[in-house]
Design a protein around this ligand. Structure first.
Ligand code: MN
Length: 262
């Protein structure tokens, strides 16, 4: 398996390297990620300016082919799949993002945006996020990633799948399970702050606290209950949902047998 790893937190983000370290055990990994943080840019791509790519000579993990790309996460995936990575990849993994991507948020998430772009190329794609912005625990997500790659490699998951995965910010053995959650209805009280740059007024959109309908069966509820949420974004075909639900428990059991420090 050859896997493209990208993210929206930027090529230096610790979550990306936790993911790479873990995936190296099961796949050949190439990293093409934005050169700076691009959270919240969704699926956007750059059509009005040129993009530069910088090979990273000394990546945090030795000998991993790594490129820092100008532009959005979607741009990084396009540059990777259309230009940089000869012979294509078997999967795209985006993350591990710092911060949940649940409910409506998936449509503005750069992490999910990168996964969308991989899926547009016909490559099975997974977005991985942990629901915290501080003291983020990457271990469980990092251990889950190679298990998901294994499911695709063994044909247990369809190749046309775009999967959004959000984990609670918990240690591996505090994770309460894995379930398939539909997107919750989540609303934000966005605030527009006004300022003065010395010449003109400016406005700054500040994300307020999220409010959500905490309904059973949603991704928000799953993560609140300490479970990992899997949400297919490519299809709500009942057969696919059944397939995913059947995989949840074996996947959870397998995750718990992953030893700390593996
Ligand atoms: Mn992010």
């Amino acid at each position: 398996m050859k896997v493209l790893v990208t993210n929206d937190d930027g090529v230096r983000a610790p979550g990306l390297w936790a993911l790479v370290k873990s995936l190296q055990t099961v796949a050949e990994v190439v990293v093409v990620a934005p050169d700076r943080e691009q959270s919240g840019v969704g699926t956007s791509i750059s059509l009005h300016n040129p993009l530069r790519i910088t090979p990273v000579d000394a990546p945090p993990i030795k000998d991993v082919e790594t490129y820092a790309a100008e532009g959005t996460p979607g741009d990084a995936v396009i540059l990777a799949l259309s230009h940089l990575v000869k012979g294509g990849v078997d999967m795209v993994l985006a993350g591990i993002n710092e911060g949940a991507n649940l409910g409506n948020d998936v449509y503005i998430s750069g992490t999910v945006g990168a996964a969308f772009q991989g899926w547009f190329y016909g490559v099975p794609s997974v977005a991985l996020s942990v629901g915290a912005l501080h003291d983020v625990k990457f271990e469980a997500a990092a251990k889950l990633a190679p298990l998901l790659v294994g499911l695709f490699a063994r044909g247990k998951l369809p190749r046309n799948l775009l999967l959004n995965v959000t984990l609670p910010n918990a240690s591996l053995y505090d994770i309460q399970g894995i379930e398939v959650g539909r997107l919750a209805r989540r609303t934000y009280a966005d605030v527009v702050e006004e300022g003065w740059d010395g010449k003109r007024k400016y406005y700054w959109i500040v994300r307020g606290n999220a409010e959500w309908k905490d309904e059973p069966g949603t991704d928000v509820r799953a993560v609140r209950m300490g479970r990992i949420s899997l949400t297919p974004l490519s299809s709500s075909n009942p057969q696919l949902l059944t397939t995913l639900r059947r995989l949840c428990f074996p996947l959870y059991a397998e995750l718990l047998t992953a030893r700390p420090g593996d």
